[in-house]
Design a protein around this ligand. Structure first.
Ligand SMILES: Cc1ncc(C[n+]2csc(CCOP(=O)(O)OP(=O)(O)O)c2C)c(N)n1
Ligand SMILES: [Mg+2]
Length: 338
């Protein structure tokens, strides 16, 4: 069952899909502008706790989430602002959550690392590295048990794959043929530790071979490539009932969290500059322009519109009310039904 990635020929873009392509650009730009603003707000002390930016990795969330249906389940690590926005949680609700306001998607009690929206199947935002991988396996099991055709998707960083939970969860998913897609966003670093200093195996996709699980290595800086790989994985899960591990090669342009430097001692300024040459937003907008599917002016106009949307979200979050003290006791335990 295990499959290995092969280079795929790069043809021209399909003009019939122009709307879809432009939506991807819009979503990536929204994530980028939203996070730039969130970074600014954090520096001004308007956001408490941790705040991990996704800048540089936008094509992964956008390309993959676009291949899902509305009933599917999603779980993420703490670096999940982009996934939440791409799934459709509004910029207002995400920004308000970062500000700890009651109008936030988690009622202001979750913050940056714990964005939730059960209606959208968006089940976190998890702060413990790797701990949500078994949760995703459980969601995939629930889909199988209830005989729905839902797929459970789990996003995590490459530092999570040396964690026992990863292996236990993948073994179970392969053994029970669960409709799951595991997306390892390999940005090469876990905080300040390079992958090769922490992992005996460099190619994370190979880990899937232990469980005879389908796997692919994916270029995470190209939204089209990401989307195509995800479509294959989702079909495998939904139709063939077989899980997949996607190792997505990407890069974070910012520090690990807002409290960390961009370069630190673990990577050089040159390396970051070099990686920035493959900025996923520039790669995609240039492709749309080159293929005649968008004018440069239209890209600029779109960006301007998104900046306004982000300003609106910021103003909304600033003006929104804090949660009431009684909210402390809400959503602690599930309500008993019937
Ligand atoms: C079980 C556990 N150990 C350690 C930490 C501290 N920690 C927070 S983020 C992180 C690095 C994770 O890196 P990676 O999985 O590659 O994700 P990235 O931050 O690169 O997106 C660590 C070690 C934690 N949150 N949970
Ligand atoms: Mg990492």
């Amino acid at each position: 069952m295990a499959t290995r990635a092969r280079p795929r020929p790069r043809g021209g873009l399909d003009p019939a899909r122009a709307d879809e392509y432009r939506t991807w650009l819009r979503q990536m730009l929204l994530i980028r502008r939203f996070e730039e603003k969130a970074g600014e707000a954090y520096s001004l002390g308007k956001i408490g706790g941790f705040c991990h930016l996704y800048i540089g990795q936008e094509a992964v969330a956008v390309g993959s989430l676009a291949a899902l249906g509305p009933e599917d389940y999603i779980t993420c690590s703490y670096r999940e602002h982009g996934h939440a926005l791409a799934r459709g949680i509004s910029a207002r609700e995400v920004m308000a959550e970062l500000f700890g306001k009651a109008a936030g998607c988690s009622g202001g009690k979750g913050g940056s690392m714990h964005l939730f929206d059960a209606q959208l199947g968006f089940l976190g935002g998890h702060g413990i590295v790797g701990a949500h991988i078994p949760l995703a396996t459980g969601m995939a099991f629930a889909a199988k048990y209830r005989k729905t055709d839902q797929v459970a998707v789990c996003y995590f960083g490459e530092a999570a794959v040396n964690n026992g939970a990863f292996h236990e969860a993948l073994n179970m998913a392969a053994l029970w043929k669960l409709p799951a897609v595991y997306i390892c966003e390999n940005n090469r670093y876990g905080m300040g530790t390079a992958l090769e200093r922490a992992s005996a195996i460099y190619d994370i996709s190979e880990r899937a071979c232990s469980y005879d699980m389908a796997n692919e290595v994916v270029d995470g800086q190209d939204v089209l490539v990401m989307h195509a790989a995800m479509e294959r994985a989702v079909q495998r899960a939904r139709t063939d009932k077989h899980p997949t591990l996607l190792e997505v090669r990407t890069y974070r342009f910012m520090g690990h969290s807002m409290s960390d430097p961009i370069h630190g001692h673990y990577r050089t300024r040159e390396e970051v500059e070099d990686q920035r040459k493959r900025d996923p937003i520039a790669v995609w907008s240039q492709r749309l322009i080159a293929d005649g599917l968008m004018e440069e002016d239209a890209v600029k106009a779109l960006d301007k519109k998104i900046l306004q949307e982000v300003e609106d979200a910021y103003a909304f979050a600033e003006e929104a009310a804090d949660p009431e003290p009684e909210a402390l006791y809400a959503d602690v335990y599930a309500e008993e039904k019937g």
